[in-house]
Design a protein around this ligand. Sequence first.
Ligand SMILES: [Zn+2]
Length: 342
Amino acid sequence: MKAVVIHEHGGPDVLKYEDVPDPVAGAGEVLVRVRACALNHLDIWTRKGGAGRQVAFPHILGNDVSGEVEGLGSPVAGIERGQRVMLSPGTSCGRCRMCLAGEDSSCRQYRILGYLVPGGYAERVTCPAANVIPLPDAIGFEEAAAFPLVFLTAWRMLVTRAQVRPGEDVLVWAAGSGVGTAAIQVAKLMGARVIATAGSDAKLDLARQLGADHVLNHRTDDVVAEARRLTGRKGVDVVVEHVGEATWERSILALAHRGRLVTCGATTGPKGATELRHVFSKQLTIMGSYMGSKAELLDAARFFFEGRLRAVVHAVLPLAEARRAHEMLEASEHFGKIVLRP
Ligand SMILES: [Zn+2]
């Protein structure tokens, strides 16, 4: 089959479109013909390497897959050849205390498709049967591929971790990112008021269209002052933090008393300055969030299938142009997901 393979870490030029052997589904696994695979920032990190990422070369990237079931390693009730599906990106042992408690992403054997195991930048991929989510006919492959990772992430951040409540104020940084587009919608679904930031007027318009009540340009607006003004000097109840170094200090300052900062990533750098007096005097909560469980993804998918959450697709490129897709993602000019089609 054709796949985009990396044989070493590096820039976009290490992405090679080439022939590789077809994967074979083992017992309890499903072989999926990939129809679409969305990019995530994790692809960039995995491609670049570093920070203890132990990738076995040659490696195939791609966390977010939709397609058709082409084969089964062993019969699985409810899964048939030809079925249209999307894949839950996380695999875990299924037997440890964390897995049994529904905390898949805290399993010591937690793996993400395309991170430490072969992913969806290919014509075919295998995964455990438990990761297969049947798609309704009305959901296209491209939007289905754009859904799982970022909505799973946003759902866990806002619903499970921050437990956002109706009427609360939520600040979402970088509305145009995949997590941003998901977080705006999940926060609105939970009844919150959303203040979203982006770096251009065009992106701010799109953020409004997704449901953001207020939008701020994080390049030109004083986000902390504006967040205070928009909340009657209270500050926001929840900050969705995934940017890291460039925004962390402002995230802390934008919070209301008893506010919660929930972070799932640090695309601009790993260190965040925190004035501890704000943390104790305002009784803040700082919480981490990493991926999520299969159950959380199913909870979010219900709203996706009903049309109440929308996967935002910025561009669709042929798989062979994965290099260009990476360059687009790194240039941060997109709004929503970049999707590859094998
Ligand atoms: Zn486990």
